[in-house]
Write a protein that binds this ligand. Structure first.
Ligand SMILES: C[S@@+](CC[C@H](N)C(=O)[O-])C[C@H]1O[C@@H](n2cnc3c(N)ncnc32)[C@H](O)[C@@H]1O
Length: 371
């Protein structure tokens, strides 16, 4: 899976067991990102809708959640990927922008990304399209030279960036599911009632479309004008379509409104102790929507790798302080009293503890990783 800030890699097994304990047959993952949580639920036989605002996330959801691996000709997929993988590299937007004007990929890989991405356009109107795009995104992620964010690249090439890019078949899953793109507030209103809803909103002002601008460009393949050291898309300067979940001022009202529109028997909200609202605010909003019980389960966790090594500008200057190394990940659980009790005990089996009122820590995560 791609490196992704806030990805629930560690919590995914817990969330899989929570869904099972809730007896969920249908579920929605409203800020699905990498689709990691939606995937573990699909693996448990749950029919999942994976939704997110980002273009690259829609492609991942189409590949891993909406696609039924039993409907795929795997031999044909292998042949297509082999053919794409053999294409000779050629100069294009990625080589020029992300290998020469910036240093996200080494040139031998950038030229192959250009050649392969051009060739994938031939499959645009087929069901192969999201699978091939996902394969390329995963392959490019394995040879990038970042700490996992595309706001900066490493001063010295990451050792993995020297390896040749290799396309592999994404691990597709059997079963039904749906992929939806859109603002969570609009998506929640349009979806039918589900057994379980999971909400994992952004935790700070850094926008995902900016953190992962290369993936959006790879998906859109629109050769945008760019700016700054990280060669970000100029359309990121547009202030009109900013997520309300990326601003201190709008986060709380947006989350309160969202929680009031989610239609689900059981709701699980992820958040942490370095952000903008208290755990009690989230619980109060969930209680106001009519849930019989709410509880907070807390997990101690390692923070994002950038916090541990610091961030450097291209000329080697340290531009991000090494910050706090641990934080608390919260799961706020709401539903019927019986279900919530069951889910809390599953959370405890996974190393969580019942939390009481927690204020966000005032540490400024935004200081890390910005150039
Ligand atoms: C913390 S991440 C989710 C990570 C995900 N649970 C995972 O494991 O990969 C937050 C996600 O919210 C998405 N997002 C931000 N604003 C949004 C909005 N208004 N509506 C829907 N999704 C949004 C971002 O694109 C990002 O993928």
């Amino acid at each position: 899976m791609i490196k992704y800030l806030g990805s629930k890699r560690r919590l995914a097994p817990t969330l899989a067991d929570l869904a099972e304990a809730a007896g969920a047959r249908t579920a929605v993952d409203l800020f699905t990102g990498t689709t990691r949580v939606a995937q573990v639920w699909k693996q448990r036989g749950i029919t999942v809708t994976a939704a997110d605002a980002a273009d690259y996330s829609l492609v991942l959801a189409q590949c891993f959640i909406a696609m039924d691996s039993e409907q795929i000709d795997h031999e044909e997929l292998r042949r297509i990927l082999e053919r794409l993988d053999r294409l000779p590299g050629r100069d294009g937007y990625v080589t020029e922008t992300f290998c020469r004007q910036s240093r996200f990929f080494q040139e031998h890989n950038g030229r192959r990304i250009d050649a392969i991405r051009d060739a994938i356009e031939d499959y645009r109107d087929t069901s192969w399209y999201p699978i091939l795009l996902t394969s390329l995104m995963l392959a490019a992620d394995r040879v990038d030279s970042t700490t996992g964010l595309q706001m900066a690249y490493l001063k010295n090439w990451a050792p993995r960036s020297s390896r040749p890019l290799t396309l592999m078949a994404p691990p597709l899953l059997p079963g039904a599911g749906a992929a939806v793109q859109g603002d969570a507030l609009a998506v929640a209103q349009s979806l039918p009632h589900v057994d379980l809803a999971y909400l994992d909103p952004p935790y700070n002002q850094h926008r995902y479309e900016s953190n992962y601008h290369i993936w959006n460009t790879l998906i859109r393949w629109d050769s945008p004008e760019h700016y700054g050291v990280a060669c970000k898309r100029v359309d990121l300067r547009d202030r009109t379509d900013r997520s309300p979940f990326n601003s201190r001022k709008t986060f709380a009202p947006a989350l309160a409104t969202l929680l009031s529109s989610v239609r689900a028997d059981t709701v699980v909200v992820s958040y942490n102790d370095e952000s903008w609202v208290t755990s009690d605010q989230i619980r109060d909003w969930l209680t106001a929507t009519g849930h019989e019980r709410t509880e907070l389960v807390v997990f101690d966790s390692n923070r994002y790798v950038g916090a541990r090594i610091g961030i450097h500008s291209p000329d080697g200057r340290k531009v991000g302080a090494v910050g706090r190394l641990r934080n608390q990940e919260w799961l706020v659980i709401a539903g019927s009293a019986r279900t919530v009790d069951r889910l809390v005990s599953v959370g405890q089996q996974h190393g969580g503890r019942i939390g009481t009122h927690i204020h966000p820590n005032r540490y400024k995560i935004g200081q890390v990783g910005t150039i």
